[in-house]
Design a protein around this ligand. Structure first.
Ligand code: SAM
Length: 310
């Protein structure tokens, strides 16, 4: 029998290490794979953060969970004319999957000087940093707790089946109202540890993911196999497992933040101007998918983090 987060950790490690899961032949598609505009707009945001930090002559640009390296490639191409920004950059990618590391190398290594690491903690926080994580936090394991008969239960997986075991007290989530019987809530130590580590880096960070702006009860774990949803233990190591991010709780782990919907974030940073400037009709469907309220525009949120001091 395995606790849900331990089960997810093992399944996700096997999953990401054995394949490139992105795109039509994989299990899901992400914003950078949908449109070049996504990485380009994040590039504009990154340059603004660099300027706000006083245009330092040396800065880390870090992406956590970079997939195929598409976001970073679009960001760097889109900002190439800002030469002082490019001259200042030390570029770092944090990736645990060897398969995706190889893809990232194919996309980026010829043009840029990049360092790869398995964990953010490998990068010294002795200079300002701009940190980007798109659909990374949703790939981290979570625990689930249920209130039942005025007691707490925790979700375990046993022989492919869900089992709820009695426990004394779950970890504290101060952003949630008191639980009623039947309520389920999710808690991720892996997300908390990563957030707390990010908060030690002076500079700015951007976390984009699907999730909710206000902490809420509910079961959000989902498994996706070849673009179809399935039960979480149906294709262990072959299905993607994710959960929705509780942005209110995540933001509470930092000092200075702003939470926006993805459409607001992209619009504020000029996606419409960039789209019209490119004047390329083939970009319309991707552009609409990123910002339309019924597509990714409202479901995805952007958490901006401003760490002026380490
Ligand atoms: C859902 S994909 C998102 C990829 C990319 N950011 C995009 O938007 O296309 C998750 C990424 O995080 C990586 N990843 C998953 N768990 C990780 C971990 N613990 N540390 C570093 N990278 C991880 C995966 O290998 C993959 O690159």
């Amino acid at each position: 029998m395995q606790r849900l987060d331990k089960f997810m950790e093992q399944a996700l490690t096997a999953y990401y290490n054995s394949r490139d899961p992105l795109g039509v032949d994989g299990d899901f598609t992400t914003a950078p794979e949908i449109s070049q505009l996504f990485g380009e707009i994040i590039g504009i945001w990154a340059v603004q953060q660099w300027i706000k930090l006083g245009s330092p002559s040396s800065i880390n640009l870090i992406e956590i969970g970079p997939g195929r390296g598409t976001l970073m490639a679009d960001l760097l191409r889109g900002t190439q004319h800002v030469t002082a920004f490019h001259d200042a950059l030390s570029i770092h990618l944090i990736e645990t999957s060897d398969t995706l590391k190889d893809k990232q190398k194919t996309t980026l290594q010829k043009k840029y000087n990049i360092q790869w690491h398995d964990h953010l903690s490998a990068i010294k926080n002795d200079k300002p940093s701009i940190i980007i994580a798109n659909e990374f936090f949703d790939a981290l394991p979570i625990r689930q707790f249920k209130r039942d008969n005025d007691k707490w239960l925790e979700h375990y997986i046993d022989g492919g089946q869900s089992v709820w075991q009695a426990i004394d007290t779950p970890p504290l989530k101060p952003t949630l109202p008191p639980a009623k019987n039947g309520d389920i809530f999710e808690y991720s130590t892996a997300q908390k540890d990563y957030a707390e580590l990010i908060s030690t880096y002076r500079g700015a960070a951007l976390i984009i993911d699907y999730g909710y702006e206000k902490s809420a009860y509910g079961d959000s774990v989902q498994a996706l196999y070849k673009h179809q949803s399935c039960a979480i233990a149906d294709h262990i190591g072959d299905a993607d497992l994710t959960s929705h991010i509780d942005f209110e709780w995540l933001a509470s782990l930092f000092k200075n933040t702003a939470i926006k919907t993805q459409d607001d974030f992209l619009n504020e940073n000029g996606i419409a101007i960039r789209y019209h400037q490119l004047n390329n009709p083939s970009l319309i469907s991707g552009y609409e998918r990123l910002v339309h309220a019924d597509q990714m525009g409202k479901l995805f949120k952007a958490l901006e983090i401003f760490n002026s001091k380490p």
